[in-house]
Design a protein. Structure first.
Length: 135
């Protein structure tokens, strides 16, 4: 068992004792606590993580030389520090591009195949070797 799995099991064990606290079931506490931790972490990341290599937040821990190096290392289509944050024409062009929909369909089909295996394969493997009358 990995440390992450161990921590998850341990936290679920402790949350199981919260069943009935505040009139909530243990599974409701799991959703609430996991959601609160996720929102707190996302707020911390939003305020700590810099937007671009040359942003004001990254200036406190990157030298100007390092900022310039990182900006040059970005791919051609990556946003630059002086680029606009949102361009409506790019979003419209993306929605008009057939590749977008082809990608979305391929992802849905891959997920359907993966879920089909996940849910059906255990049934198939448990019935291996049994005559049809027993399964």
């Amino acid at each position: 068992m990995t440390p992450d799995e161990y921590n998850w099991v341990q936290s679920i064990y402790f949350i199981s004792y919260m069943d009935g606290v505040g009139g909530w079931s243990a599974w409701q506490w799991v959703y609430l606590l996991e959601g609160l931790f996720t929102m707190a972490f996302s707020a911390a990341v939003y305020f700590v993580l810099p937007d671009y290599p040359k942003s004001l937040r990254s200036a406190s821990w990157l030298t100007p030389r390092e900022q310039e190096y990182l900006e040059r290392r970005l791919s051609e289509n990556a946003p630059r520090t002086d680029d606009a944050h949102f361009d409506k024409s790019e979003a419209i062009a993306l929605l008009k591009n057939p590749r977008t929909y082809a990608f979305m369909i391929s992802q849905v089909l891959m997920n359907l195949g993966g879920y089909a295996l996940t849910w059906q394969l255990p049934t198939v493997t448990t019935n291996l070797g049994k005559p049809p009358s027993e399964s």
